[in-house]
Ligand binder design. Structure first.
Ligand code: SF4
Length: 534
């Protein structure tokens, strides 16, 4: 029911339901939102994998970092605090009413065609949670009743660039790229009932113009740097310019999160490059950052989002010192972050990602990766790495190099997620997305080797890391049961893939769709033991 009593807020910011979860503090369990709906029953998925953030009268306590940045930009543009709210998509009826003129939506993967999602949906069929929940959000009765203007931004906004797609979904405007400089005027126009452009391209925002968030973020994420600056040929333009936020700015955002009970999680494309002017790691700046945040009153723990393997290999002593500062390694404390391996082929690194390996040469890449994994392992870091299957021009020889590299990484406590190439960012218009139909047995083998690695490490990583991070006992138990069930099924399927199909995944998938291979659904006894059904 739409809000008839108060008329609602003039501006409502929100995101689809999959983004309104802290995934029990295990931020990388967020990958589960890319899995097609139906593999895990909805009740199980939304109760234990993706529980909702706290909500009070439709307003969320924690929101995605990008949404908080837009909220801050709108406030600094001049909108009043009582004109804007950040709301839960399932409770829009509490905040949307006759006064609501515009809804701003943050999206990571609105159509479910991002790399992680398309990999899973091509394999298993069906629609990803993110896409289903985005559509559900747009169809919300409160939006249908009051018809505010809809503006969508965020990392997945590029998927809505096409006029027909946008109009079909009833979206008025899509903002692609950094939005802080332009959202004020855009929302003003929407409020005044002016016609909005279908697509707006954001501008790179200077560090001093990035506003300080006004409310806490999901998992206490605090942006410490924006962009990357390694200069890979196909990178998105906004990632090409690297900017670091000053320590005072960072601490203010840490403070906002602490007041809401959240420990900081530092976000950058590569936290080890904080304060670097070129490609060399600036040790003093990184130490200063971690010490300043760790020693800030009230901070007990500090997390990180991403780091680059070339930074690890070029400055292993920095990794060691960060572990010292954060007491990692003691009492089974780990630091977990996301990074990119992408390929084991120096030829493909040279061709597509030459900036990624700097200051090393593409030829050195496999050794850089192994050395970095050794350093991470020695210092109690757990990496969640990506491998891209189907980089343009990838041959079987390249795939074999990737397989060899994955095998070398087997001893290291880590996860390696294989993703199909999606033609986006700087690759858009220059290549086509990889599809399962075009997967060769060697690419299939690389894919399976990644999952063999993961199924070997998931139980131990879960015990050592996630069991501590996930505070809710029922969620912990439920996730553990689902994982152990998934692992036994996964191992069985991988054995079939190797022995019966010689890693020809497209053939195996055809047989799977024709019902020749059966995967049992999650047994009811699992749900019962999680106390989710009687
Ligand atoms: S390492 Fe990644 S983010 Fe950085 S420039 Fe290269 S492609 Fe872009």
């Amino acid at each position: 029911m739409a809000n008839k009593k108060t008329g609602g807020y003039k501006i409502v910011l929100t995101a689809d339901r999959t983004l309104m979860s802290e995934y029990n503090g295990g931020i990388f369990l967020g990958f589960s939102a890319c899995v097609p709906r139906g593999i895990i029953p909805d009740i199980l998925y939304f109760s234990i994998f993706c529980p909702s953030v706290e909500v009070n009268r439709g307003v969320v306590k924690y929101a995605p970092c990008g949404t908080r940045k837009i909220e801050a930009a709108l406030l600094s543009y001049g909108f009043k605090r009582d004109e804007i709210t950040v709301a839960h998509p399932d409770f829009l009826g509490e905040v949307v009413g006759s006064k609501t003129k515009v809804i701003g939506i943050t999206e990571n993967d609105p159509l479910g065609i991002g790399p992680a999602t398309s990999t899973f949906t091509q394999l298993f069929g069906g629609e990803a949670y993110m896409a289903a929940k985005f559509r559900e959000l747009l169809e919300n009765p409160a939006i249908q009743a009051y018809k505010p203007k809809i503006i969508v931004g965020g990392p997945g906004a590029w998927q809505l660039e096409d006029d027909e797609t946008r109009r079909g979904l009833g979206i008025d405007c899509v903002v692609i790229g950094e939005a802080e400089k332009i959202v004020g005027l855009l929302f003003d126009k929407a409020i005044n009932g002016e016609q909005l452009p279908g697509v707006v391209y954001g501008e790179v925002v200077n560090e001093e113009e990035i506003p300080i968030i006004a409310g806490p973020t999901i998992n206490g994420i605090v942006e410490v740097a924006r962009g990357c600056g390694r200069g890979c040929s196909f990178c998105e333009p906004t990632l090409q310019r690297y900017r670091c936020l000053p320590i005072e700015h960072i601490l203010k955002e840490v403070e906002v999160n602490l007041r809401a009970g959240k420990m900081p999680l530092l976000h950058a494309e590569d936290v080890l490059k904080y304060g670097a002017k070129g490609l060399d790691v600036n040790k003093e700046a990184v130490y200063h950052l971690f010490k300043a945040v760790k020693n800030h009153p009230g901070v007990n723990s500090v997390g990180i989002s991403h780091f680059a393997l070339s930074s690890v290999a070029s400055a292993p002593e920095v990794v060691e010192e960060i572990s010292n500062i954060l007491n990692a390694g003691s009492d089974r404390r780990y630091i977990s972050g996301q990074t990119g391996i992408e390929t084991g082929s120096p030829r493909l690194i040279q061709r597509h990602l030459a900036g990624k390996c700097k200051p090393f040469s593409p030829r050195e890449w496999p050794k850089v990766v192994v050395d970095a994994f050794q350093t991470l392992s020695d210092n109690a870091w757990i990496s969640v790495s990506t491998i891209i299957i189907g980089l343009p021009g990838e041959t079987d020889e390249d795939a074999v190099k990737t397989i060899e590299l994955i095998e070398e990484l087997r001893p290291f406590r880590s996860l390696i997620i294989p993703l199909f190439l999606v033609s986006m960012g700087g690759l858009k218009d220059r290549s086509v997305s990889f599809t399962l139909d075009g997967m060769s047995p060697r690419q299939g083998e690389a894919f399976i080797k990644c999952w063999e690695h993961n199924l070997n490490w998931i139980p131990r990583i879960f015990e050592d890391y996630y069991c501590k991070v996930i505070k809710n006992g029922i969620a912990r138990r439920g996730i553990k049961l689902v994982l152990s069930y998934g692992i036994s099924q996964g191992k069985e399927l991988m054995k079939i893939c190797e022995k019966d199909y010689g890693y020809d995944i497209p053939s195996m998938q055809r047989d799977f769709r024709n019902g020749k291979i059966k995967v049992a659904s999650i047994p009811a006894r699992l749900l019962q033991s999680c106390k989710l059904i009687k």
